[in-house]
Design a protein around this ligand. Structure first.
Ligand code: CA
Length: 235
């Protein structure tokens, strides 16, 4: 899950970025409306958190540009303007939710989760073999045994389970789970996969995380791994 935070006040931007990252999301931060428009056109986001009071372009104009996209991410507006008029304008122009500053981070996170869920056509619970992941409560179990994961480990596992049986390159995993600053640091994926294997696979005779030579990694339960045709692996 990738979130774009558009906020010119550095203190608030840092606070949002840190909070969302520790909740397991990949977060990009921009401080101007023009940068936001550029990012939204070059990257697919699952959510945009948009401050209305920006130094260059008005937040409502940025919202209009986001709405012109073919694939429209949900937008959560942040604003110090608490007049009914602005709130109505924002929602009329297609914002999905509206939060007035100052706000508590827990409230932002709760609303962000609702919006992220809305954009997800996939179920709230993922199941591969005896491995189960609850996307809402962020709980993982294997053979009914609870497995504790760090936020990034959880994000990687969720991504792999959503793409069950599909080989994922290190770059795909990095782009999905980390922030823009991690470009090129694909080795970090190997480290996290090692952690995941020790928690998900080591104790169990049936392994789920598979190395796909020349590509990266794939998660699958054994019955479908055996039937995977070589062409699929090379695709
Ligand atoms: Ca502002």
């Amino acid at each position: 899950m990738r979130v774009l935070v558009v906020e010119d006040e550095k203190r608030i931007a840092d606070f949002l970025s840190r909070g969302l990252q520790s909740a397991g999301y990949a977060v990009d931060v921009v401080h101007t409306g023009n940068d936001a428009i550029e990012r939204v056109h070059s990257t697919e986001y699952d959510l945009v958190v948009l401050d209305l009071g920006l130094p260059d372009v008005d937040g409502l104009q940025v919202l209009g540009k986001i709405r012109n996209r073919k694939v429209i991410p949900p937008v959560l507006i942040l604003s110090a303007r608490d007049s009914v008029d602005d709130r109505v304008k924002g929602l009329e122009q297609g914002a999905d939710d509206y939060l007035v500053k100052p706000f508590a981070f827990v409230e932002l996170l709760a609303r962000a989760r609702v919006l992220l869920r809305r954009g997800q056509p996939t179920p709230e619970r993922l199941q591969v073999g005896d491995l189960s992941l609850d996307c809402i409560r962020r709980k993982v179990t294997r053979s009914n045994e609870i497995i504790e994961l760090a936020p990034k480990e959880f994000s990687i596992l969720e991504y792999m389970m959503r793409n069950r049986g599909r080989p994922l390159s290190r770059t795909m995993i990095v782009e999905h789970v980390w922030d823009m600053d991690y470009d090129g640091l694909t080795n970090i994926v190997d480290v996290y996969i090692r952690h995941l294997r020790s928690k998900i696979d080591d104790k169990f005779p049936v392994k789920m995380i598979h190395t796909v030579r020349g590509i990266g990694y794939m998660l699958d339960a054994p019955e479908t791994v055996q039937t995977t045709e070589p062409e699929n692996v090379l695709a």
